[in-house]
Design a protein around this ligand. Structure first.
Ligand code: SAH
Length: 346
């Protein structure tokens, strides 16, 4: 029977150094290989040209390098690129490159499918199949960085965890991936340019605060009224707004960093004055800014974008209350790459 080889990127740098010492080699060899695996994103042991042929063969005999493969790539008229990414076990996730005049943002996935059940989101219709490993998250960023350099002549500038999945339900791997992305031994990106977006898992928000993470936090709120939120995001029953509020206060106390609220306004669901008033009240608990996101239809008549009048009402009321609000127009809609549309249709 063939022995299943271990994925070498599951090893920490220290474990890799130890492995070489146990092989009778120098610990330093571990550093060299580690650099190939992460900073240089090598997909084959053969590429590791500064280690001997014998060492490469020995690694080949003991390990595999599981890496993602961009299966299909679609380019939108607006420059947005969507990658369908094949994982080592054949499952597929999607990631998106979003260019603007000044920045290039990677929108990456953290799970295959999703743990949660938001009624308006295409990914929620796929049950959660598994969590992504740190290297699978890292590789999505590397692939998008390459595409950014190729199509836009500049490196990737920002990362948002707004692809498939709920990042806080795969917290450990997301944190490990971000450690690699921000480390000089990985991609060396600033954590200030990374945003983790969550539907709001209070216990994990508190944990992030305790861990003193340096990246930004976005919360997909969509309603500040429990009954409404539970209808559109049923897990709100388990994590009600009271607990969310408390965790956000804890976050701010510990990190002193503003929170972003993601908010879609739907016709007949959250477009009334009482919805606006509840949202404004919620925004006052902790310093924040608001991103109003345009609704991206997912072939479901239950949800429709609210009228411009309702949107203006939201914006005016928020601004009157001195809350910073941005309106996010959808990008990549023609290739199903916009928020909430990622569902392996490609
Ligand atoms: N699970 C995380 C990250 C993935 S969703 C979270 O909930 O934040 C990324 C963002 O897209 C969230 O703000 C989500 O509420 C929003 N979204 C989901 N479906 C959408 C749709 N059909 N149209 C517009 N935004 C949507």
């Amino acid at each position: 029977m063939e022995i299943k080889k271990k994925d070498i990127r599951a090893l920490t740098k220290e474990q890799l150094r130890e492995f070489f010492v146990n092989q009778g080699d120098k610990a330093f060899r571990g550093n060299q290989v580690y650099e190939w695996l992460w900073q240089k994103s090598a997909h084959n042991f053969e590429d590791m040209t500064n280690v001997s042929k014998e060492t490469r063969q020995m690694l080949e005999a003991n390990f595999v390098i599981n890496h993602i493969k961009v299966d299909t790539m679609q380019r939108s008229n607006d420059g947005t690129v969507k990658n369908a990414v094949r994982l080592h076990d054949g499952l597929i996730v999607e990631s998106v490159l979003i260019p603007t005049a000044t920045r290039t943002t990677a929108c990456v996935s953290s799970q295959v499918g999703c743990s949660l059940d938001c009624k308006f989101c295409a990914t929620a219709r796929l049950k959660r199949m598994r969590n992504l490993n740190p290297d699978e998250i890292y590789d999505q960023v590397v692939a998008i960085d390459k595409e950014s350099r190729l199509y836009h002549n500049r490196p990737l500038s920002n990362i948002v965890f707004m692809g498939m999945g709920e990042p806080l339900m795969n917290y450990n791997n997301v944190i490990k991936a971000i450690d690699k992305i921000t480390s000089p031994e990985g991609l060396g990106m600033s954590p200030k340019r990374i945003t983790v977006s969550t539907s709001g898992v209070p216990k994990m928000i508190k944990k992030m605060a305790d861990d003193e993470v340096k990246f930004n936090l976005a919360v997909s709120l969509h309603s500040a009224i429990d009954e409404v939120r539970t209808t559109i995001m049923p897990f709100n029953e388990t994590f009600p707004l009271k607990d969310l509020k408390e965790s956000l206060e804890y976050w701010y106390l510990k990190t002193n960093r503003k929170i972003s609220y993601e908010y879609v306004v739907w016709k007949g669901i959250n477009d009334a004055q009482k919805d606006i008033d509840a949202f404004v009240k919620f925004c006052k608990y902790v310093p924040c800014k608001v991103n109003i996101i345009e609704y991206n239809p997912i072939d479901d008549g239950d949800f429709q974008q609210a009228s411009n009048l309702a949107l203006e009402n939201y914006i005016n009321t928020l601004e009157k209350n001195r809350i910073v609000v941005n309106v996010r127009r959808s990008r990549g809609k023609d290739i199903d790459a916009a928020c909430g549309q990622l569902a392996n249709k490609s």
